[in-house]
Design a protein around this ligand. Structure first.
Ligand code: CUA
Length: 313
């Protein structure tokens, strides 16, 4: 889970890690050469200024032309070309039949799977599931301020800028959970604007996306039915959506399948019954400044709404 750029698990982060090591070793070699030249300059014999200039040592002039102009020009041009080649290799279109449209908002990620057919679309939050070994097309937008999409082990950063769409792809070479983080300061809860990329085998992904496209499951138990009524009557539908009910707002995460997610509050808490109850009962204590208000609930109502929300799998 350690999200290190030097522990890449996909070709995007792999190319960046390679670039990083090349820059590191080139810098190391040049530092050693520079220190050696400095040592040589300190201990070499002095120029005898009493000689006429045409009899003086030409070494210093040659050293300046080579080590001060030619050598840096060649090395820096070479590295620049390498950086441009790497940049071109890690940007560009993906190869999936869908695009994951990710909309940054203070302080969470709206994640929409867009196919050519809108009937196939699915919507989740703070969790991007992808098939392993595929270049998944990502389109990045923002609803308020500039955020930055960054999954250190899979790909470089890309900003989410209000009013435009930035495109990138991500690819994971092995199944697993990769932590992502907003990498552009965006306000009070910037540090708690995390997400997870879950790379799954292609067939598991197909099953997952088919389930995500479905409307919400109907409540089964009495507690879940009561919880749905609490959900629908206490203001939750003003911001949230549970597809299949009259709750269809998208100012806050789509909750249609929230029970199947790894985390709540954008990677802040694991998605367990206890944490969900804590989050609903007082979001401002867990994530001060977030737009989720505290809605006064009786203890029984809280238990029921948690039962309902977690049943939305
Ligand atoms: Cu969003 Cu920092």
């Amino acid at each position: 889970m350690n999200p290190s750029t030097l522990d890449p698990r996909g070709p995007g982060a792999g190319a960046i890690a390679e670039l990083w090591w090349v820059l590191f070793y080139v810098s190391l070699i040049i530092t050693v050469l520079t220190l050696a030249a400095l040592g040589y300059a300190i201990f070499r014999r002095r120029v005898d200024w009493r000689l006429p200039s045409d009899e003086q040592d030409r070494g210093p002039t040659r050293a300046i032309v080579f080590a001060g102009i030619l050598f840096p020009a060649i090395v820096i041009s070479g590295l620049f070309i390498y950086v441009v080649i790497t940049y071109r290799a890690i940007t560009g279109p993906g190869d999936t039949p869908f695009t994951v449209r990710i909309i940054g908002a203070k302080w969470w990620w709206d994640v929409i799977y867009e196919y050519d057919s809108p009937i196939l679309n699915a919507r989740t939050a703070n969790e991007v599931r992808i098939p392993v070994g595929r270049r998944v097309s990502i389109a990045l937008e923002s609803r308020d301020v500039i955020h930055s999409f960054w999954v250190p082990r899979l790909q470089g950063k890309m900003d989410l800028v209000p009013g435009r769409t930035n495109r990138i792809w991500i690819q994971a070479d092995s199944p697993g959970v990769y932590r992502g983080q907003c990498a552009e300061f965006c306000g009070l809860q910037h540090a708690r604007m995390a997400f997870y990329v879950v790379a799954m085998e292609e067939n598991e992904f197909e099953e997952w996306i088919a389930a995500q496209r479905q409307p919400a499951a109907a409540p089964q138990s009495d507690a879940e039915r009561r919880g749905r009524d609490v959900y629908l009557t206490r203001g939750c539908p003003l911001c949230h959506a549970v597809r299949g009910t009259e709750s269809l707002a998208h100012a806050a995460p789509d909750l249609t399948h929230v029970g199947s997610r790894l985390s709540i509050a954008a990677g802040v808490l694991p998605n367990t019954r206890g944490h969900m109850a804590g989050w609903i009962s007082n979001p401002q204590q867990i994530k001060p400044g977030s737009y989720m208000p505290r809605i006064p609930l009786e203890p029984a109502e809280l238990q029921d709404i948690v039962s309902y929300v977690l049943s939305l799998r």
